[in-house]
Ligand binder design. Structure first.
Ligand SMILES: [Zn+2]
Ligand SMILES: [Zn+2]
Length: 279
């Protein structure tokens, strides 16, 4: 099965995606038979990894580059950002995001209390220093704040911390470990109309699974979260669309029968039959 939409794609303005050029992604999408991709370069305005971020002054050229590429491909190109949320930076993020005509804004939590949980060292320091339930309550407290900030259309990879968590705690977290804050965060997603992404990069991170886990996506479905997108989180051209069939299978397994795409920050709902083909 081919999933023809990928709404989480890093090109070379994300400094951790060097050489992943917009034009080459277009050719890759054409070869693979995909018909819509959304670039979501990193915007990280605080913390230890601002050097991986697009610079604010580069945003106009980023938008222009995607617009230029659109003139030579039939693949629909959308342009967005994956924005790291920092509670103390809401105002600065709001004015930056309002300034440009983005199609889609993904919210992310790669950093918690100053720890980079997407790196082994940061993950072990954060999760090693407290009980799992306490750690996840902290995580979903910030997640809830991100949802309620109104800055984001969809929250990316909702249990991204699983990337290295198994180095500290070998057993996968249970719903009991997640604690009550997760459920409060899901309620906020519903009341603020914020969606969730199923992200297939866990297959490249060695966890052999999508983010979120089946159990967590079930909580979101049961809680009433309606908007769902899928993304490969590609940082290399060849990873465009990678393992998205697993993301779609995960959606189906909790009875989502559609995915959403975004244009000018408005969502479109497509049945899985429309978004996928059997080849
Ligand atoms: Zn991310
Ligand atoms: Zn990403």
């Amino acid at each position: 099965m081919l999933v023809r939409k990928d709404f989480h794609v890093h090109e070379s303005h994300s400094r951790d995606a060097p050489g992943a050029l917009v034009e080459e992604y277009c050719r890759e999408a054409e070869i693979k038979g995909m018909d819509e991709i959304c670039f979501t370069t990193h915007l990280i305005i605080s913390g230890p990894d601002t050097s991986n971020s697009i610079k604010a002054e580069e945003i106009p050229e980023y938008l222009e580059e995607v617009e230029r590429a659109q003139s030579s491909t039939n693949v629909k190109l959308r342009v967005g950002l994956e924005v790291d949320y920092f509670p103390e930076e809401e105002r600065r993020l709001e004015s930056l995001l309002d300034e440009y005509p983005f199609d889609f804004i993904l919210g992310s939590l790669h950093y918690i209390r100053g720890y980079d949980i997407g790196a082994m060292e940061g993950s072990m320091a954060f999760f090693g220093g407290r009980s799992l339930r306490e750690a996840l309550n902290i995580y979903y407290t910030d997640w809830k704040l991100a949802v309620e900030s109104g800055l984001f259309d969809v929250m990316a990879h909702p249990d991204y911390f699983r990337k290295y968590l198994h180095y500290t705690i070998p057993e996968p977290p249970t719903l009991d470990d997640y604690g009550s804050m997760l459920f409060e965060a899901v309620e906020s997603m519903v009341s603020y109309g914020v969606g969730v992404e199923v992200n297939s990069s866990g297959y490249r991170h060695g966890i052999g699974d999508c983010y979120p886990s089946l159990e967590l996506l079930g909580v979101m479905k049961d809680g009433g979260v309606e908007t769902v997108t899928v993304g490969s989180d590609s940082h290399r051209v060849e990873d465009l669309g990678s393992r998205l069939e697993e993301a779609v299978a995960r959606l189906r397994s909790v009875s989502y029968e559609y995915i959403c795409t975004f244009e000018k920050r408005r969502n479109h709902v497509l049945s899985l039959d429309e978004a996928c083909s059997l080849i």
